[in-house]
Design a protein around this ligand. Structure first.
Ligand code: C2E
Ligand code: MG
Ligand code: MG
Ligand code: MG
Length: 287
């Protein structure tokens, strides 16, 4: 193999690169086709106020009903389009779908805040605000306060001034803001002061280990304190058991989301799930 010249190696590498580029291109084309063919679906994961024993909202999480592969999760396809305009088309579809769902739920008397995840590229696009305003106008029966936009803390701190302006403009429309996966970015007091997010979502990695890891417990306590100092709400995600839920409540975090409450589910299951759900504080009281 020592005979292969540097030049040949270079060509070999080039061919591999071409192949990769082609694969990427085909994958993106397939994702665009999925959007046109209506193969995406929103699943909904409930949010619990454990102190009040009440479901307060839902998070919309995208799924791809792939004709051959079955239900495909977002981490398997969104990273492929994160840097293309497709992430914007998908995001607009998600917002529209969410507003439609809110409209139906409100008509049925369900006052659930619905959050959607929006990618940094979409959020910072110049048309974002105008599209959001136009879409809200199509659903005059949905008070904008019922829509919440989740953006990653790590993305929000890339360009704080710009993100701050968009957040303020959206809040002017009445839409709420959450900083997702909070604690994994570079949480500092000074930037939180400049980002007017309504709610901090404590990242699930801290919640997962909180019962065994004193540092994670301390970190959650610190985030709850930070939220209270800045008069923001706080929610924990990745709550997998009642013990986690009760411990979080004792730390001052009453809003919870996680498999221990419910997995994300198709819309057809949501209402009956909420009807039959018994929150952990209630089973404690009954025991
Ligand atoms: P995320 O917004 O932080 O959502 C939480 C993820 O953790 C979801 O995974 C959810 O199913 C999962 N999860 C919830 N509770 C638990 C738990 O107790 N234990 C464990 N192990 N996992 C839990 P999912 O649905 O696969 O979504 C992954 C990420 O993909 C989301 O993280 C979000 O960043 C992104 N995403 C999902 N839907 C959309 C979307 O419509 N648009 C965009 N741009 N991103 C989305
Ligand atoms: Mg989220
Ligand atoms: Mg998260
Ligand atoms: Mg996440």
């Amino acid at each position: 193999q020592a005979k292969i010249s540097g030049r040949n190696k270079f060509h070999l590498f080039d061919a591999q690169k071409d192949e990769e580029v082609r694969t990427r291109h085909n994958q993106r084309a397939r994702i665009r086709e999925a959007l046109l063919k209506d193969e995406f679906e929103l699943y909904y994961q409930p949010k619990l106020n454990i102190r009040e024993g009440r479901i307060i909202g839902m998070e919309a999480l995208i799924r791809w009903n792939h004709p051959e592969r079955g239900v495909v999760g977002p981490m398997e396809f969104l990273p492929l389009v994160e840097y293309s305009n497709l992430i914007i088309d998908i995001g607009n579809w998600v917002i529209h779908q969410a507003l439609q769902q809110l409209s139906e739920w409100l008509a049925r008397g369900h006052r659930w805040v619905l959050s959607v995840n929006i990618a940094a590229r979409h959020f910072q696009h110049s048309d974002f605000l105008e599209n959001l305003r136009a879409d809200l106008a199509r659903f005059p029966d949905v008070p904008p306060q019922y829509l919440e936009i989740e953006i990653l803390e790590s993305a929000a701190i890339q360009d704080i001034q710009h993100v701050r302006e968009i957040m303020l403009a959206c809040q002017n429309l009445g839409v709420r803001f959450a900083l997702d996966d909070f604690g994994t970015g570079y949480s500092s007091l000074s930037y939180l002061k400049r980002l007017p997010a309504d709610i901090l979502k404590i990242d699930q990695s801290f919640v997962r280990d909180m019962l065994d890891d004193q540092d994670d417990l301390a970190l959650i306590g610190a985030i709850v304190g930070l939220a209270s100092a800045f008069r923001r709400e706080v929610i924990a995600e990745g709550v997998e058991s009642a013990e986690h839920g009760i411990a979080l409540m004792h730390l001052g975090c009453d809003l919870l989301q996680g498999y221990g409450i419910a997995r994300p589910m198709p819309v057809s299951q949501v209402e009956s799930w909420v009807q039959h759900y018994v929150p952990p504080v209630l089973w404690q009281q009954r025991a």
